[in-house]
Design a binder for this molecule. Structure first.
Ligand code: FES
Ligand code: FES
Length: 236
């Protein structure tokens, strides 16, 4: 006798019956294929087990499965470029893989580890450097785009005798940091913020520094330090 597809419970709820495993086509259901392979393995069917392992899961019998695109991408040779940058007033030429970010070039090829890798997604500002005098998040800038351009990192802010930049000095004086991980990015952004003319009031500073996240929450000190440094930078 056939089992009805549905039945009604005493409360009136309609219950849908699930078809017994044997009634579902083995060829179209990957879960059934795997279940069947397990059953046959228990019976000692080596061939079924081997096929279950070798066949891509999810493929119905007789289907052609293309190789995954990621496999093809992994095999593609990266392109190589030689880029020449003026980094902190020094000309540097480096051969790089075309996929290298400016941040990785600075940190891993030029040993300039001041710029930090926080999120690597353009969201925290820890990697901020200046490119032709404008602040950029270097994790989002392809290094090839910086070819022939001037890059300034936190290491390049020091004066000729190694003295701190007024912004660095102000961060120290106002205790504008805790762990310090965000600090190089904060300082590079703060210098640009002042030079852009966006450090007139605490509110303006907060607005134009909003791309720089401080996980330690040292924002009060940071805003005070920028206000103070802005006054000193305007005098010089
Ligand atoms: Fe570049 Fe966070 S590491 S924005
Ligand atoms: Fe720790 Fe800003 S001082 S993240």
């Amino acid at each position: 006798m056939r089992t009805p597809a549905t039945r009604r419970e005493p409360g009136g709820e309609l219950i849908k019956r699930v078809a017994p495993l044997e009634t579902v086509s083995r060829g179209t259901n990957p879960c059934i294929q795997r279940a069947s392979a397990t059953t046959n393995r228990n019976k000692g069917s080596f061939e079924t087990e081997r096929r279950a392992r070798l066949e891509p899961t999810g493929a119905a019998e007789g289907m052609t499965v293309d190789e995954p695109a990621t496999d093809q991408i992994a095999r593609r040779e990266p392109e190589c470029f030689v880029v020449t940058l003026i980094v902190n007033s020094q000309t540097r030429s480096v051969a790089i893989d075309s996929r290298t970010s400016l941040l990785d070039l600075l940190r891993e090829r030029l040993a300039l580890t001041g710029a930090k890798k926080g999120c690597d997604h353009g969201q925290c500002g820890a990697c901020t450097v200046h490119l032709d005098g404008r602040r950029v998040v270097s994790c989002l800038v392809p290094a090839v785009q910086a070819d022939g351009r001037a890059v300034t990192t936190i290491e390049g802010l020091l004066g000729p005798s190694g003295e701190l930049h007024p912004m660095q000095q102000s961060f120290v004086e106002h205790d504008a940091l805790q762990c310090g991980y965000c600090t190089p990015g904060q300082i590079m952004s703060a210098v640009a913020c002042v030079e852009e003319g966006h450090a007139g009031t605490p509110d303006q500073i907060r607005e134009y520094m909003s791309g720089n996240i401080c996980r330690c929450g040292a924002y009060t000190g940071i805003v005070t330090a920028i206000e103070d440094a802005a006054r000193k930078m305007r005098r010089t």
